[in-house]
Design a protein around this ligand. Sequence first.
Ligand SMILES: *[C@@H]1O[C@H](CO)[C@@H](O)[C@H](O)[C@H]1NC(C)=O
Length: 229
Amino acid sequence: MRLIWLLASFVVLASAGTLKDPPRQRYDNFSVYKINIKNKLQLSLITKVCELNKMYDIWKEYDEYSKEVHVMVNPDEVKHFQLLLKLYGISNELLIPNVQKLIDDEQFASARDSGTFGWTRYHELAEIEAWLDGIFEAHPTVTEEFTVGYSYQGRRIRGIKISHGTNKPGIFIESNIHAREWITSASATWFINELLTSQQPEVRNLAESYDWHIVPVFNVDGFEYSHRK
Ligand SMILES: *[C@@H]1O[C@H](CO)[C@@H](O)[C@H](O)[C@H]1NC(C)=O
């Protein structure tokens, strides 16, 4: 549901022509509840309510194993929500009292080690690209830049080839196809760094036996958007 909403937002933004830097959405006092689903009625009730009302956003869909749904609730709606849960006897637990606080904490951590690239926090596209530029500069003989193409919003989709010779089998890795899965570009950049700098024999062997083609951020527009929204 969130994905559809995200796509819809793209279309609206695109027609408004204000794409580059949408202001960051705030989530002050937005809370996240864990709902324990006991039966089909409760499940269809929660699903329908979240589908119809924009004040709700499902963070975790129901599955047979956990029997849980996690829902983010707009503070303007939270009283209604609690009433609904009470009325239908749905057991629940407050997981996150204030989503904005988590975002602030993460941004505080970012500010603390800003200016350095590492794997203790998530980086935005510009930082990843600057890091990539540094990598090309530091390892000119074994790296080569390539361009996959240009995104809908005109951003270049960049890749790195790491090769220690010709005629090696190629391996292709692309990350952040799903824009909000930030851990994937963090993993890819970490992996690039390992391939280039690790002295472990197993890693050296891997690095030098293949031609690596790695795209750390494939969905550049969505990635940028996910850092703002
Ligand atoms: C969030 O809730 C607190 C406590 O109820 C309140 O003081 C604060 O004004 C609220 N913040 C916003 C932005 O609504």
